[in-house]
Design a protein around this ligand. Sequence first.
Ligand SMILES: NC(=O)c1ccc[n+]([C@@H]2O[C@H](COP(=O)([O-])OP(=O)(O)OC[C@H]3O[C@@H](n4cnc5c(N)ncnc54)[C@H](O)[C@@H]3O)[C@@H](O)[C@H]2O)c1
Length: 296
Amino acid sequence: MKDLKEQTAFVTGGASGIGLATARALARRGARLILADIVADKVEAAAAELRAAGTDAIGLTLNVAEEAEWARAGDEAQAFGEVSVLISNAGVGGGSGAFETYDPEVWRWAYAVNAHAHLYACRTFLGAMKASGRPGHLTLTSSMVAIVPPPISVAYISSKFATLGIAMALRNELADTRVGISVLCPGMSATNIVATTATLRPGATEQGEAAQTAQNMSGVLVGGMSPDRIGERVVRAIEASEFFIFTHPEWKGMAEAQFAEMLAAFGESADPSYKGDDIAGLIAANGAQRMNIAVG
Ligand SMILES: NC(=O)c1ccc[n+]([C@@H]2O[C@H](COP(=O)([O-])OP(=O)(O)OC[C@H]3O[C@@H](n4cnc5c(N)ncnc54)[C@H](O)[C@@H]3O)[C@@H](O)[C@H]2O)c1
Protein backbone atom coordinates (compact mmCIF):
# COMPACT_ATOMS: atom_id res chain seq x y z
CA MET A 1 0.00 0.00 0.00
CA LYS A 2 2.16 2.78 -1.31
CA ASP A 3 0.20 5.89 -0.47
CA LEU A 4 -1.09 6.24 3.08
CA LYS A 5 -2.03 9.90 2.82
CA GLU A 6 -5.67 10.49 3.87
CA GLN A 7 -6.13 6.75 4.52
CA THR A 8 -7.98 5.89 7.74
CA ALA A 9 -6.14 3.54 10.08
CA PHE A 10 -7.55 1.70 13.10
CA VAL A 11 -4.88 0.76 15.67
CA THR A 12 -5.60 -1.46 18.67
CA GLY A 13 -3.42 -1.01 21.72
CA GLY A 14 -2.99 2.48 20.28
CA ALA A 15 -2.53 4.26 23.60
CA SER A 16 0.98 3.02 24.27
CA GLY A 17 4.17 1.38 23.06
CA ILE A 18 4.33 -0.17 19.60
CA GLY A 19 0.69 0.66 18.73
CA LEU A 20 1.10 4.37 19.50
CA ALA A 21 4.46 4.43 17.73
CA THR A 22 2.87 2.88 14.62
CA ALA A 23 0.08 5.45 14.79
CA ARG A 24 2.66 8.25 14.96
CA ALA A 25 4.47 6.84 11.93
CA LEU A 26 1.19 6.57 10.00
CA ALA A 27 0.37 10.15 11.02
CA ARG A 28 3.72 11.27 9.57
CA ARG A 29 2.49 9.86 6.21
CA GLY A 30 -0.69 11.93 6.45
CA ALA A 31 -2.99 9.10 7.50
CA ARG A 32 -6.07 9.66 9.68
CA LEU A 33 -6.01 7.72 12.95
CA ILE A 34 -8.49 5.84 15.11
CA LEU A 35 -6.74 4.72 18.27
CA ALA A 36 -8.51 1.97 20.24
CA ASP A 37 -7.44 0.92 23.70
CA ILE A 38 -8.91 -0.44 26.92
CA VAL A 39 -7.44 2.43 28.99
CA ALA A 40 -9.80 5.36 28.33
CA ASP A 41 -7.72 8.29 29.61
CA LYS A 42 -4.54 7.09 27.92
CA VAL A 43 -6.21 6.60 24.55
CA GLU A 44 -7.78 10.06 24.76
CA ALA A 45 -4.38 11.56 25.62
CA ALA A 46 -2.71 9.72 22.73
CA ALA A 47 -5.37 10.94 20.26
CA ALA A 48 -5.00 14.48 21.62
CA GLU A 49 -1.23 14.26 21.08
CA LEU A 50 -1.78 13.34 17.43
CA ARG A 51 -4.36 16.08 16.93
CA ALA A 52 -2.00 18.64 18.47
CA ALA A 53 0.54 17.63 15.83
CA GLY A 54 -2.04 18.30 13.09
CA THR A 55 -3.39 14.79 12.52
CA ASP A 56 -7.08 14.02 12.21
CA ALA A 57 -7.43 11.49 15.05
CA ILE A 58 -9.91 10.08 17.55
CA GLY A 59 -9.54 7.75 20.52
CA LEU A 60 -11.99 4.92 21.28
CA THR A 61 -12.27 2.91 24.46
CA LEU A 62 -12.41 -0.75 23.48
CA ASN A 63 -11.65 -4.04 25.18
CA VAL A 64 -10.50 -6.00 22.14
CA ALA A 65 -11.19 -9.28 23.95
CA GLU A 66 -14.93 -8.54 24.24
CA GLU A 67 -16.57 -9.35 20.93
CA ALA A 68 -19.72 -7.42 21.88
CA GLU A 69 -17.76 -4.14 22.15
CA TRP A 70 -16.57 -4.33 18.56
CA ALA A 71 -19.93 -3.43 17.01
CA ARG A 72 -19.90 -0.02 18.73
CA ALA A 73 -16.23 0.51 17.86
CA GLY A 74 -17.03 -0.35 14.24
CA ASP A 75 -19.88 2.18 14.14
CA GLU A 76 -17.76 4.92 15.72
CA ALA A 77 -14.93 4.19 13.31
CA GLN A 78 -17.30 4.22 10.34
CA ALA A 79 -18.58 7.65 11.40
CA PHE A 80 -14.98 8.90 11.31
CA GLY A 81 -13.99 7.31 8.02
CA GLU A 82 -13.73 4.12 6.00
CA VAL A 83 -10.98 2.04 7.56
CA SER A 84 -8.40 0.85 5.02
CA VAL A 85 -5.49 0.09 7.39
CA LEU A 86 -6.10 -2.23 10.33
CA ILE A 87 -3.36 -2.68 12.91
CA SER A 88 -4.41 -5.47 15.31
CA ASN A 89 -1.73 -4.96 17.90
CA ALA A 90 -3.11 -4.91 21.45
CA GLY A 91 -1.39 -7.52 23.57
CA VAL A 92 -0.52 -8.52 27.11
CA GLY A 93 2.04 -10.75 28.75
CA GLY A 94 0.66 -14.12 29.68
CA GLY A 95 1.75 -14.29 33.30
CA SER A 96 4.74 -16.09 34.73
CA GLY A 97 5.52 -19.35 36.45
CA ALA A 98 5.47 -23.05 35.60
CA PHE A 99 2.80 -24.02 33.04
CA GLU A 100 1.04 -26.47 35.32
CA THR A 101 0.51 -23.71 37.88
CA TYR A 102 -1.25 -21.30 35.51
CA ASP A 103 -4.55 -19.77 36.51
CA PRO A 104 -6.96 -20.84 33.71
CA GLU A 105 -8.63 -17.44 33.89
CA VAL A 106 -5.31 -15.71 33.07
CA TRP A 107 -4.70 -18.28 30.29
CA ARG A 108 -8.10 -17.52 28.68
CA TRP A 109 -7.52 -13.77 29.04
CA ALA A 110 -4.09 -13.90 27.38
CA TYR A 111 -5.53 -15.88 24.44
CA ALA A 112 -8.57 -13.60 24.20
CA VAL A 113 -6.46 -10.43 23.98
CA ASN A 114 -3.48 -11.79 22.03
CA ALA A 115 -5.21 -14.15 19.62
CA HIS A 116 -9.04 -14.20 19.59
CA ALA A 117 -9.25 -10.42 19.20
CA HIS A 118 -7.80 -10.65 15.67
CA LEU A 119 -10.99 -12.40 14.57
CA TYR A 120 -13.19 -9.70 16.10
CA ALA A 121 -11.09 -7.01 14.41
CA CYS A 122 -11.39 -8.77 11.06
CA ARG A 123 -15.13 -9.43 11.50
CA THR A 124 -15.55 -5.70 12.06
CA PHE A 125 -13.43 -4.33 9.20
CA LEU A 126 -11.93 -6.88 6.82
CA GLY A 127 -15.09 -7.69 4.82
CA ALA A 128 -15.61 -4.04 3.89
CA MET A 129 -11.89 -3.57 3.18
CA LYS A 130 -12.00 -6.46 0.69
CA ALA A 131 -15.32 -5.44 -0.84
CA SER A 132 -14.19 -1.83 -1.42
CA GLY A 133 -11.80 -3.04 -4.12
CA ARG A 134 -9.38 -0.36 -2.98
CA PRO A 135 -5.91 -1.02 -1.55
CA GLY A 136 -5.93 -1.85 2.14
CA HIS A 137 -3.61 -3.42 4.67
CA LEU A 138 -3.86 -5.59 7.77
CA THR A 139 -0.99 -5.93 10.24
CA LEU A 140 -1.08 -8.38 13.15
CA THR A 141 1.39 -8.09 16.02
CA SER A 142 2.95 -11.41 16.92
CA SER A 143 6.46 -11.61 18.40
CA MET A 144 9.94 -12.98 17.78
CA VAL A 145 9.06 -15.54 20.47
CA ALA A 146 6.77 -17.18 17.88
CA ILE A 147 9.83 -17.80 15.69
CA VAL A 148 12.32 -18.67 18.44
CA PRO A 149 10.64 -19.47 21.78
CA PRO A 150 12.85 -18.46 24.73
CA PRO A 151 12.16 -19.88 28.22
CA ILE A 152 9.43 -17.37 29.13
CA SER A 153 5.65 -17.57 29.66
CA VAL A 154 4.11 -20.51 27.78
CA ALA A 155 0.80 -18.64 27.56
CA TYR A 156 2.43 -15.62 25.96
CA ILE A 157 4.51 -17.64 23.51
CA SER A 158 1.69 -19.91 22.42
CA SER A 159 -0.77 -17.04 21.95
CA LYS A 160 1.83 -15.31 19.78
CA PHE A 161 2.20 -18.55 17.76
CA ALA A 162 -1.57 -18.36 17.27
CA THR A 163 -1.20 -14.83 15.88
CA LEU A 164 1.57 -15.94 13.53
CA GLY A 165 -0.64 -18.85 12.40
CA ILE A 166 -3.63 -16.57 11.83
CA ALA A 167 -1.47 -14.26 9.73
CA MET A 168 0.09 -17.07 7.68
CA ALA A 169 -3.30 -18.67 7.00
CA LEU A 170 -4.99 -15.36 6.21
CA ARG A 171 -2.20 -14.51 3.80
CA ASN A 172 -3.42 -17.28 1.51
CA GLU A 173 -6.99 -16.07 1.80
CA LEU A 174 -6.05 -12.49 0.94
CA ALA A 175 -3.73 -13.40 -1.91
CA ASP A 176 -6.22 -12.48 -4.63
CA THR A 177 -7.54 -9.34 -2.96
CA ARG A 178 -6.20 -5.81 -2.75
CA VAL A 179 -5.73 -6.15 1.01
CA GLY A 180 -2.11 -6.74 1.94
CA ILE A 181 -1.05 -8.41 5.16
CA SER A 182 1.97 -8.27 7.45
CA VAL A 183 2.92 -9.97 10.67
CA LEU A 184 5.10 -8.04 13.07
CA CYS A 185 7.56 -10.16 15.06
CA PRO A 186 9.61 -7.83 17.23
CA GLY A 187 12.21 -8.78 19.78
CA MET A 188 12.44 -6.76 22.97
CA SER A 189 11.06 -3.25 23.04
CA ALA A 190 11.08 -0.66 25.82
CA THR A 191 7.31 -0.39 26.29
CA ASN A 192 4.87 -0.55 29.22
CA ILE A 193 3.85 -4.17 28.57
CA VAL A 194 4.88 -5.58 31.97
CA ALA A 195 3.10 -2.83 33.90
CA THR A 196 0.05 -2.98 31.59
CA THR A 197 -0.18 -6.71 32.09
CA ALA A 198 0.07 -6.42 35.88
CA THR A 199 -2.72 -3.82 35.90
CA LEU A 200 -5.09 -5.55 33.47
CA ARG A 201 -4.67 -9.21 34.35
CA PRO A 202 -7.68 -10.93 35.93
CA GLY A 203 -7.41 -12.86 39.17
CA ALA A 204 -5.02 -12.34 42.02
CA THR A 205 -1.86 -10.26 41.73
CA GLU A 206 1.19 -12.40 41.00
CA GLN A 207 3.17 -13.34 44.09
CA GLY A 208 6.55 -14.83 44.91
CA GLU A 209 8.64 -16.18 42.03
CA ALA A 210 6.08 -15.15 39.38
CA ALA A 211 6.10 -11.55 40.65
CA GLN A 212 9.90 -11.57 40.70
CA THR A 213 10.00 -12.82 37.10
CA ALA A 214 7.67 -10.01 36.00
CA GLN A 215 9.92 -7.50 37.74
CA ASN A 216 13.00 -9.01 36.09
CA MET A 217 11.27 -8.82 32.67
CA SER A 218 10.56 -5.16 33.29
CA GLY A 219 14.26 -4.60 33.93
CA VAL A 220 15.23 -6.43 30.73
CA LEU A 221 12.68 -4.67 28.50
CA VAL A 222 13.81 -1.21 29.64
CA GLY A 223 16.93 -1.81 27.56
CA GLY A 224 14.90 -2.96 24.54
CA MET A 225 14.54 -1.25 21.17
CA SER A 226 12.65 2.03 21.00
CA PRO A 227 9.02 1.37 19.98
CA ASP A 228 9.24 4.43 17.72
CA ARG A 229 11.79 2.65 15.53
CA ILE A 230 9.51 -0.39 15.35
CA GLY A 231 6.47 1.72 14.44
CA GLU A 232 8.40 3.37 11.60
CA ARG A 233 9.54 -0.07 10.38
CA VAL A 234 5.95 -1.34 10.40
CA VAL A 235 4.81 1.49 8.19
CA ARG A 236 7.68 0.93 5.76
CA ALA A 237 6.62 -2.73 5.55
CA ILE A 238 3.04 -1.69 4.78
CA GLU A 239 4.28 0.64 2.04
CA ALA A 240 6.50 -2.10 0.58
CA SER A 241 3.91 -4.93 1.02
CA GLU A 242 6.26 -7.05 3.15
CA PHE A 243 4.69 -9.98 4.97
CA PHE A 244 7.23 -10.78 7.71
CA ILE A 245 8.38 -7.78 9.72
CA PHE A 246 11.52 -8.73 11.60
CA THR A 247 12.99 -5.81 13.51
CA HIS A 248 15.70 -7.59 15.53
CA PRO A 249 18.27 -9.40 13.29
CA GLU A 250 20.25 -10.62 16.33
CA TRP A 251 17.69 -13.47 16.53
CA LYS A 252 18.44 -14.74 13.01
CA GLY A 253 21.13 -17.24 14.07
CA MET A 254 18.73 -18.78 16.59
CA ALA A 255 15.98 -18.88 13.96
CA GLU A 256 18.34 -20.72 11.61
CA ALA A 257 19.17 -23.25 14.32
CA GLN A 258 15.46 -23.64 15.12
CA PHE A 259 14.49 -24.30 11.49
CA ALA A 260 17.54 -26.48 10.86
CA GLU A 261 16.37 -28.74 13.70
CA MET A 262 12.90 -28.90 12.16
CA LEU A 263 14.19 -29.63 8.66
CA ALA A 264 16.54 -32.31 9.98
CA ALA A 265 13.52 -34.05 11.53
CA PHE A 266 12.03 -34.67 8.04
CA GLY A 267 13.16 -38.26 7.51
CA GLU A 268 11.77 -41.30 5.72
CA SER A 269 8.02 -41.51 5.05
CA ALA A 270 6.13 -43.44 7.73
CA ASP A 271 4.76 -45.44 4.77
CA PRO A 272 7.37 -45.93 2.02
CA SER A 273 4.66 -47.23 -0.36
CA TYR A 274 2.52 -44.05 0.02
CA LYS A 275 2.41 -41.87 -3.13
CA GLY A 276 2.67 -38.64 -1.09
CA ASP A 277 0.08 -36.00 -0.19
CA ASP A 278 -1.97 -34.39 -2.96
CA ILE A 279 -1.30 -30.76 -1.99
CA ALA A 280 -2.88 -29.39 -5.18
CA GLY A 281 -6.02 -31.41 -4.35
CA LEU A 282 -6.00 -30.03 -0.81
CA ILE A 283 -5.86 -26.48 -2.15
CA ALA A 284 -8.64 -27.12 -4.68
CA ALA A 285 -10.84 -28.82 -2.04
CA ASN A 286 -10.81 -25.57 -0.12
CA GLY A 287 -11.88 -23.55 -3.14
CA ALA A 288 -8.52 -21.79 -3.35
CA GLN A 289 -6.34 -21.28 -6.39
CA ARG A 290 -2.90 -21.28 -4.89
CA MET A 291 -0.82 -20.72 -1.81
CA ASN A 292 1.96 -18.29 -1.19
CA ILE A 293 4.81 -20.72 -1.57
CA ALA A 294 5.36 -22.98 -4.53
CA VAL A 295 3.83 -26.46 -4.14
CA GLY A 296 6.06 -29.53 -4.41
N1 LIG B 1 7.43 -4.91 24.22
C1 LIG B 1 7.97 -5.97 23.68
O1 LIG B 1 9.12 -6.34 23.96
C2 LIG B 1 7.20 -6.76 22.66
C3 LIG B 1 7.88 -7.74 21.93
C4 LIG B 1 7.18 -8.48 20.98
C5 LIG B 1 5.85 -8.24 20.76
N2 LIG B 1 5.21 -7.29 21.51
C6 LIG B 1 3.78 -7.09 21.25
O2 LIG B 1 3.55 -5.75 20.88
C7 LIG B 1 2.17 -5.43 21.13
C8 LIG B 1 2.09 -4.09 21.81
O3 LIG B 1 2.63 -4.20 23.13
P1 LIG B 1 3.62 -3.11 23.75
O4 LIG B 1 4.89 -3.80 24.04
O5 LIG B 1 3.59 -1.89 22.94
O6 LIG B 1 2.93 -2.90 25.18
P2 LIG B 1 2.15 -1.66 25.84
O7 LIG B 1 1.61 -2.19 27.11
O8 LIG B 1 3.02 -0.45 25.88
O9 LIG B 1 0.97 -1.40 24.81
C9 LIG B 1 -0.09 -2.30 24.68
C10 LIG B 1 -1.41 -1.54 24.69
O10 LIG B 1 -2.46 -2.50 24.53
C11 LIG B 1 -3.51 -2.12 25.39
N3 LIG B 1 -4.36 -3.28 25.73
C12 LIG B 1 -4.07 -4.33 26.51
N4 LIG B 1 -5.13 -5.14 26.63
C13 LIG B 1 -6.13 -4.58 25.88
C14 LIG B 1 -7.45 -4.95 25.60
N5 LIG B 1 -8.02 -6.05 26.13
N6 LIG B 1 -8.19 -4.17 24.78
C15 LIG B 1 -7.64 -3.04 24.24
N7 LIG B 1 -6.39 -2.63 24.50
C16 LIG B 1 -5.63 -3.40 25.30
C17 LIG B 1 -2.83 -1.57 26.62
O11 LIG B 1 -3.68 -0.75 27.40
C18 LIG B 1 -1.66 -0.81 26.00
O12 LIG B 1 -1.99 0.54 25.75
C19 LIG B 1 1.61 -6.59 21.95
O13 LIG B 1 0.85 -7.42 21.11
C20 LIG B 1 2.86 -7.30 22.42
O14 LIG B 1 2.63 -8.66 22.69
C21 LIG B 1 5.85 -6.55 22.43
